[in-house]
Ligand binder design. Structure first.
Ligand code: AMP
Length: 299
């Protein structure tokens, strides 16, 4: 039997409840979301439930991370359905604060993670990651020491959050979780609901571009410019997609690379109709000479 999660709308009530769990020695898992939950969110909640005694899911559409011309007002919301998902996936507590509860006075303190916030998503959305880092720092401060689960779907966000936690010595263990996809490869996203039928078909181009880049590398291609141009050619060939960027980066610091590091990440973003869609894939790069000799690479 799945129990309905308890809902908390204020910071003080949530803190009080979590203090009781902590006194009992329970470990706390935390999944921050903006709601309109799908299987990608459920996978984070399920993993947290498997690894922690108590799971807090926050549902809060954070105005700080939207620029004035973005889709804050139109961002999809369905709290009742979200609660059902939280319950089915094993969440214990849901934190659902109002904007006034989270930001009772104008926010003067912002968290800015330098270098990691300015490229890729940050280039199109210059204030986005300061908004994300600030709300995540605030949520970590409210929830307290915990394991926090984030999707690799928003890979740059995951790297930004990990850096913030390390830089500010926050008592949080950040756990990155695999991307959950539709059967045809499209990464699940709350914003996929904006896609028309034709755009929905076209949206698979992101995954196709990543797969092509990955296959090139796995078959021994080491020319980064060639991998990037093969990926961008695939996206630009799709008339309903407007390419924003493709990039081959070091997975640890998001630096663009000229030679492939062992942990390489391929990133892509494109506008398909109204929404900008993001996707990425990790590739473990094995030096060609070791691949050819079949050397044992387990370390
Ligand atoms: P959001 O509600 O879009 O802010 O996302 C909340 C969390 O869910 C973030 O850590 C996202 O990276 C994660 N997430 C969103 N979509 C997916 C997906 N398709 N697979 C895995 N995690 C996801």
């Amino acid at each position: 039997m799945t129990l309905s999660p308890e809902i908390f709308e204020t910071v003080s009530e949530l803190r009080e409840e979590l203090a009781t769990y902590r006194q009992r020695g329970d470990s706390i898992g935390f999944v921050p979301t903006m709601g309109y939950l799908h299987d990608g969110h459920s996978a984070l909640i399920e993993r947290a439930a498997a690894e922690c005694d108590v799971v807090v899911v926050s549902i809060f559409v954070n105005p700080l991370q939207f620029a004035p011309d973005e889709d804050l007002a139109a961002y999809p919301r369905d709290f009742e359905r979200d609660l059902e998902r939280c319950s089915a996936a094993g969440s214990t507590l849901v934190f659902h604060p109002s904007v006034e509860e989270m930001y009772p006075s104008p926010t003067r303190t912002m968290v800015h993670v330098a270098e990691l916030s300015s490229e890729f998503e940050g280039a199109s959305r210059p204030t986005h990651f300061s908004g994300v880092a600030t709300v995540v720092a605030k949520l970590f401060s409210i929830v307290g020491p915990c394991r926090a689960y984030f999707g690799e779907k928003d890979f740059q966000q995951l790297v930004v959050v990990k850096s913030m936690v390390a830089d500010l010595s926050m008592p949080i263990e950040v756990v990155g979780c695999d991307i959950v996809r539709e059967p045809d490869g499209l990464a699940k996203s709350s914003r996929n609901v904006y896609l028309s039928e034709a755009e929905r078909q076209a949206a698979t181009v992101l995954r196709r571009a990543l797969s092509a880049g990955e296959e090139l590398i796995l078959s021994g291609e080491r020319d980064v410019a060639l991998v990037e141009s093969a990926m961008s050619d695939i996206v630009t060939a799709e008339p309903l997609a407007a390419l924003d960027y493709v990039a081959v980066v070091d997975a640890t610091d998001l630096h663009r690379v000229s030679s492939l590091p062992r942990e390489t990440r391929l990133l892509v973003a494109a506008k398909v109709g109204r929404p900008r869609l993001l996707d990425n894939v990790g590739v473990t790069v094995i030096p060609v000479d070791l691949r050819e000799t079949g050397a044992d690479l387990a370390t």
